[in-house]
Design a protein around this ligand. Structure first.
Ligand code: CP
Ligand code: NVA
Length: 313
């Protein structure tokens, strides 16, 4: 059996625009080829037969955990799950040693962690691909699924107007990174003091994206193609009353949707706090594609895994 490549996926720019486009195209093809199959059946080519992915969690997860597991099953491989609390990581074993041990035992590692520096350290010491399953800084796997969802719903990325509402967080950072790579525009509506990291805004602009920062949600929503929000309080953040109060005017609700294009999509990575960052009316409306988006985590992870092993394209 020939050796596989070792490409880490810590940020979208590790792959670049051409590879992201190839991931989306591959996800669309693989998804269509297995429509109506039992979810646990392997794809006809089983490209990762015999390969094992370790899923390492220092934070909670439903979608990332299940979608990576199902993705590996559909690619012919399997996963094992390490929760920090029940592994030696939780007792202080170093990331460097964990990376070296896991590299001898499994074929790839996904890490969800509170500290982005830990995944950089993991990649530095691992000799198998390392995948970012969410850090305090970014959530690149989510955004491959989001772009797939937007395209599946008839939108084209170059020139797309995407509007973000609420907290300038890890998910927004990866959207901004994607905007620079895939040439779409982002209107960011946050309360003062909750803007995204300027590094990601600059990255998007340097790539040619138009990025608008505003404290006026209606301005951001006007004629937008896609409206996106996320929880006001991310995992690991302090749950402060002042932050919730500041976020309230940024709720995605029916009044805000009327500012957007009539066929605008609503995206949310989930889990949602319906009644906070999004009203029930919008969450349950025909604009909302959040459960397609969640399902697409499987199809996106498959393409990301294939890219990490040099098997895409
Ligand atoms: N969207 C997302 O990453 O969900 P989980 O936290 O459930 O993995
Ligand atoms: N911003 C959220 C995303 C959860 C998938 C968090 O980090 O908790």
């Amino acid at each position: 059996m020939s050796a596989l490549a070792t490409q880490h996926f810590l940020e979208l720019e590790d792959a670049g625009a051409d590879a992201i486009a190839a991931m989306i195209a591959d996800a669309i093809d693989r998804k269509a080829a297995r429509a109506d199959w039992p979810k646990g059946c392997a794809d006809a080519d089983s490209p990762l037969a015999g390969r094992v992915l370790a899923l390492v969690f220092e934070k909670n997860s439903t979608r990332t955990r299940v979608s990576f597991d199902m993705a590996m099953r559909q690619l012919g491989g399997s996963v094992l799950i390490l929760d920090a609390g029940s592994s030696q990581l939780g007792r202080g074993e170093s990331i460097a040693d964990t990376a070296r041990v896991l590299s001898r035992m499994v074929d790839a590692i996904m890490l969800r962690t509170d500290d982005h520096a830990k995944i950089v350290e993991m990649a530095r010491h691992a000799s198998v691909p390392v995948i970012n399953g969410l850090t305090n800084r970014s959530h690149p796997c989510q955004i491959v699924a989001d772009l797939l969802t937007v395209i599946e719903h008839g939108k084209t990325l170059p020139g797309l107007e995407l509007a973000w509402f609420g907290d300038g967080n890890n998910v927004l950072h990866s959207i901004l990174e994607a905007a620079g790579l895939m040439k779409f525009n982002v209107r960011v509506a946050t309360p003062a003091g909750f803007e995204p990291n300027a590094e990601f805004v600059e990255m998007a602009r340097a790539g040619g994206a138009r990025v608008t920062l505003t404290q006026d949600p209606a301005e951001a929503a006007r004629d937008a193609d896609v409206l996106v929000t996320d929880t006001w309080i991310s995992m690991g953040q302090a749950d402060a009353d002042e932050k919730r109060v500041a976020m309230e005017p940024f709720q995605v609700n029916a009044a805000l949707m009327t500012e957007a294009k009539p066929d605008a999509l609503f995206l949310h990575c989930l889990p949602a706090h319906v009644g906070e960052e999004v009203s029930e009316e919008v969450f349950e409306s025909s604009h909302s594609v959040v459960f397609h988006e969640a399902e697409n985590r499987i199809h996106a992870q498959k393409s990301i895994l294939l890219w990490c092993f040099g098997l895409l394209g």
